[in-house]
Write a protein that binds this ligand. Structure first.
Ligand code: FES
Length: 64
């Protein structure tokens, strides 16, 4: 699903940036993918994806 229409960024691209590149907040995501740096409509959705990916990662670490 596309999250940022201005730059064609999908939810999986955001998850990948969090998991593989250590992105932990919107500022870091913007540095990597430009998300939210044009119209800004995607910011809230992008933040939710960052948060949920971090929560999923921490749950996974507890199991291991
Ligand atoms: S939709 Fe992301 S900056 Fe416009």
């Amino acid at each position: 699903m596309y999250i940022c229409m201005c730059f064609g960024i999908t939810d999986s691209a955001i998850r990948h940036a969090v998991e593989e590149k250590g992105v932990g907040n919107l500022r870091e995501l913007r540095e990597h993918l430009n998300v939210g740096s044009q119209c800004g409509k995607c910011i809230q959705m992008a933040q939710q994806i960052i948060d949920s990916t971090i929560i999923d990662e921490s749950l996974f670490k507890e199991v291991c």
